[in-house]
Design a protein around this ligand. Structure first.
Ligand code: IDP
Ligand code: MG
Length: 135
């Protein structure tokens, strides 16, 4: 089924010059970029985006990190893209992310794991609404 998901190249990925690498994987796979923007987000936006993690011990570190520099936000469209993009990113912890995945190939630390992707149709709608309210 054709779906849309929110993708982020997080501030670590932008700082390391990995925007092209991440977008290349999306385009080669055959997905379509329907929105793309380089921006730095404020704490209120970060807290909304990561609201599900509000009570976790790492929440304030996560908000510090995601607001620390520019990120690339995008909306990607394609067949079953929500699950497929999460497969392409690999496990949240790069230590256990499979080789061939973004996190498996490009990252070593849980927080600095380069990319984000929505985890369900509902999260995708919610997150796209936060980053691209006009879509
Ligand atoms: P996801 O990005 O694979 O969906 P989530 O569990 O939603 O993973 O966590 C959101 C982000 O928070 C992760 O991508 C990672 O950057 C960070 N994170 C998750 N768990 C931890 C942790 O235990 N310590 C530090 N950062 C974490
Ligand atoms: Mg998540």
């Amino acid at each position: 089924m054709t779906e849309r998901t929110l993708i982020l190249v997080k501030p670590d990925g932008v700082a390391r010059g990995l925007v092209g690498e991440v977008l290349r994987r999306i385009e080669r796979k055959g997905y379509k970029l329907v929105a793309l923007d380089l921006r730095q987000i404020d704490r209120a936006t970060a807290e909304r985006h990561y609201a599900e993690h509000h009570d976790k011990a790492f929440f304030s570190d996560l908000v510090d990190f995601i607001t620390s520099g520019p990120l690339v936000a995008g909306v990607v469209e394609g067949d079953d893209v929500i699950v497929a993009w999460r497969t392409m990113m690999g496990a949240t912890n790069p230590v256990s992310a499979a080789p061939g995945t973004i996190r498996g190939d490009l990252a070593t630390q849980m927080q600095l794991n380069v990319a984000h992707g929505s985890d369900s149709v509902l999260s995708a709608q919610r997150e796209i609404g936060i980053f691209f309210p006009d879509l």
